[in-house]
Design a protein around this ligand. Structure first.
Ligand code: HEM
Length: 320
């Protein structure tokens, strides 16, 4: 895997885990979506400054918007959020357009050849999607999938650096369970402790702390609160994951709590909802729960980690 090869060239140097995992996830997603690798690990960069664009879109999307509180102000776009979104969308479209054009021209989709491999882009073209639809869909999936997945890996690494005994336990599990030079999807079900570490990191640091904004389609009563029809509803997954009514010693990083529980990522347990729950839960969850543990396992199995200049982390109580 490119990420592992790249880190091997940096052994002994300080590694920026955030940049590397962002690039690795981005590369996985662009390969799945359009069979293209837009990442250059050597330059630690994503082609055409894509990582910056994706991050900016995330920031613009998550920024508090005064028009949500005073809808009458929306046409004035006082914070320039709509203007910025449009500029970022145009920058992304400029990146995707040559790829879509080339794919259309090469007529890679051979309707008669049922065995020819199709990626997401082929399927969209074959279904008659316009360039605009394709641009928007690719962008939405890259934005929704990259920062969330890399944040889950980064927080897991940060927590494991703070708790060396759990890092060691996860590495021992990997040593016992992985017999070959690469970690494969088929190995994942055996990595119980690794999954527990990931769940515990996502409980404390859900990559979407307020999920996505929802809208009440009807007036309703939730406990003692009246929710009027059409109001925007934000679900605080961050607070839910740290609620002392649901979690014993909620601020402690303790992956073992997930070894003795059958909580999954599908939102069946409302006290643990890093991917949301119900009809609008994350559609990328089945994919993310494969590539996120694969990347985390690769970081832990192939390398030993320490903080720069022998620094030590304080453990246990949560200052994050
Ligand atoms: C660790 C990784 C990920 C996390 C924690 C995560 C989390 C979430 C959350 C919390 C939501 C909102 C759910 C709600 O409001 O109820 C969401 C929505 C979404 N996610 Fe993910 N996600 C991840 C990875 C991905 C990936 C890899 C993709 C696709 C490539 C993806 C695509 C989407 C899309 C398209 C939506 C919007 C769904 C809608 O509008 O109904 N996500 N995700």
């Amino acid at each position: 895997m490119d990420m592992v090869r790249f880190i091997r060239t940096k052994v002994g140097e300080v590694i920026n885990v955030k940049e590397i995992t962002f690039a690795a996830v981005f590369s996985m997603l662009t390969n799945i979506l359009m069979s293209r690798d837009l990442v250059n690990f050597e330059l630690e960069s994503v082609e055409g400054g894509m990582s910056e664009v994706i991050r900016n879109i995330f920031e613009v999307g998550a920024a508090p918007n005064i028009s949500d509180l005073f809808p009458v102000l929306a046409p004035f776009d006082l914070q320039n959020l709509r203007k910025k979104s449009k500029e970022l969308y145009l920058r992304c479209s400029a990146m995707f357009e040559p790829i879509i054009k080339e794919r259309r021209e090469r007529k890679m989709i051979d309707e008669d050849d049922a065995s020819s491999q199709q990626d997401f882009l082929d399927t969209l073209i074959r279904n008659g999607s316009t360039d605009e639809h394709i641009n928007i869909l690719l962008l939405e999936l890259l934005v929704a999938g990259t920062d969330t997945s890399s944040s889950a890996i980064e927080w897991s690494m940060a927590e494991l650096m703070k708790s060396p005994e759990y890092m060691k336990k996860a590495q021992e599990e990997l040593k016992n369970e992985i017999n070959q030079d690469v970690i494969q999807e088929s190995d994942l079900p055996r990595l119980k402790f690794l999954h527990a570490c990931l769940k515990e990191s996502m409980r404390l640091h859900p990559p979407g702390p307020l999920l996505l904004p929802h809208r009440a389609i009807d007036s309703c009563q939730v406990m003692n609160y009246s929710i009027p029809k059409n109001s925007q509803v934000l679900v605080n997954a961050y607070a839910i994951g740290r609620d002392p009514k649901s979690w014993k010693d909620p601020l402690a990083y303790n992956p073992e709590r997930f070894l003795i529980s059958d909580m999954n990522f599908r939102g069946s347990n409302t006290e643990f909802i890093p991917f949301g729950a119900g009809r609008r839960a994350c559609p990328g969850q089945p994919m993310a729960t494969k590539h996120v543990p694969l990347l985390l396992a690769s970081l832990l199995h192939f390398f030993d980690w320490s903080l720069p200049c022998g620094k030590r982390c304080k453990r246990h109580r949560h200052d994050w």
